[in-house]
Design a protein around this ligand. Structure first.
Ligand code: NAD
Ligand code: WQD
Length: 345
């Protein structure tokens, strides 16, 4: 058995997939989640896939005393993967202080507790949102591309959290960190036992596509077809959530087992840009299901095009995105069908 890892937000979308990959790689996992955006039944899915039920603590990380009790209860925790955060961009504009408190206080509490409880490394969930709209000459974006002021409080929390980790480590704190900047995570575990559970009307493309395909939504609107791209629709780097989960396993092994810089940054994406229209077409092709869609006006604040240069993660972490877009779309559809079968949606 490898080290014990604390996965915060471990019943969430990316956290649950990462827990599966950690267990399959031989790590012991302790999950902390306050279930504000996930369900405890996710643990059943993880157990069905791996044969192991991870330890679970229903704790709100804003509560430092409660967080400290987790480290007291599991003194063998050596690493943290910190997913727990509020993530809805639109909501963050309406209730910014809730976002600042949740996303910033939770991280500060963990960082303060790490040296006290001899926790060596933390992997932080950052986002390509820190790059804003890169200049055309900076595409694909590398890790040292200039950051831009985020267009939402949510985006600001990612930038601020990166800065907090940097400042703490540079103050001499005896911890290490790897910051992973995800591009757009999509899809679900091939077993369809875990996946994404969007709350209400989805803001993100893929849940909107699958919910339209199954008839929960009447019509998908593709936001804008007059962008400066080949088909006029926006471009993103869509990364399969299982591939993304595996990047965390590689990062954890690096942070705990290798002599490395105390803080490192990696883009985690496919290195490829796909347009919104291409995604919808690929979904239809991969599943044989038609999506009722139309072009509509641009969505305010949307980035026109971004995709990542992920060669640093390929070369240094020894990690690479593997899944094809067709496979990923098929996994998202299988998950949507499973939600219907289980009467969840
Ligand atoms: P998610 O909402 O599915 O998972 C986050 C989990 O954290 C949820 O289960 C929620 O209940 C929990 N949580 C929130 N606040 C908490 C608190 N104070 N204490 C304990 N638990 C708490 O989100 P996700 O898509 O899995 O995202 C995981 C991380 O990755 C987040 O930090 C997010 O900002 C980041 N990220 C996500 C995306 C994306 O598009 N999904 C892209 C880039 C970065
Ligand atoms: C993808 C593309 C839309 C819905 C957001 C956050 C970002 C992040 C990931 C966290 C865009 C288009 C979407 C629809 C559409 N995560 N679209 N019709 O905007 O890249 O990023 O999630 O850190 O911070 O901002 O993702 O899935 O919302 O949109 O046409 O109904 O799909 O315009 O081009 P986005 P998304």
């Amino acid at each position: 058995m490898k080290q014990t890892i604390l996965v915060t937000g471990g019943t969430g979308f990316i956290g649950s997939h990462t827990t599966v990959e950690l267990i399959e790689a031989g790590y012991k996992v302790v999950i902390v989640d306050n279930l504000s955006n996930s369900k405890v039944e996710v643990l059943d899915g993880i157990e069905k896939i791996t044969g192991v039920r991870p330890a679970f603590e229903n704790v709100d990380l804003r509560d430092k005393a409660a967080a400290e009790n987790v480290f007291k209860k599991y003194p063998d925790i050596e690493g943290i993967i910190h997913f727990a955060a509020s993530k809805a961009v639109g909501e963050s504009v309406k209730i910014p202080l809730v976002y600042y408190r949740n996303n910033i206080v939770s991280l500060v509490n963990l960082l303060e507790l790490m040296p006290e409880y001899n926790v060596k490394g933390i992997i932080f969930s950052s986002s390509c949102t820190v790059y804003g709209q890169p200049k055309p000459e900076n595409l694909p974006v590398t890790e040292d591309a200039p950051h831009q002021k985020a267009t939402s409080p949510y985006g600001n929390t990612k930038e601020i959290n990166e800065q907090i980790i940097y400042d703490y480590i540079h103050s001499g704190a005896n911890i290490k960190s790897i910051v992973l900047r995800y591009f757009n995570p999509i899809g679900a575990h091939p077993s369809a036992l875990i996946g994404e559970l969007p709350n209400g009307v989805p803001a993100n493309l893929i849940p909107y596509v699958t919910q339209t395909a199954i008839g929960i939504r009447k019509e998908l609107t593709i936001f804008g077809n007059d962008y400066d791209t080949e088909d006029g629709t926006c471009i993103r780097d869509y990364i399969y959530v299982v591939d993304l989960a595996k990047a965390h396993v590689a990062a954890m092994s690096r942070v705990l087992d290798k002599e490395t810089d105390k803080i490192e940054y990696f883009n985690i994406g496919t290195g490829r840009g796909n347009s919104t229209k291409e995604l919808v077409d690929t979904f239809e092709k991969a599943t044989g299901v038609k999506v009722n869609w139309k072009f509509g006006p641009r969505r305010e604040g949307d980035i026109e095009k971004i995709w990542g240069d992920c060669s640093k993660a390929n070369n240094v972490l020894g990690w690479k995105a593997e899944a094809s877009l067709e496979e990923v779309m098929a996994s998202a559809w299988k998950w949507q069908l499973k939600l219907r079968e289980d009467g969840i949606m």
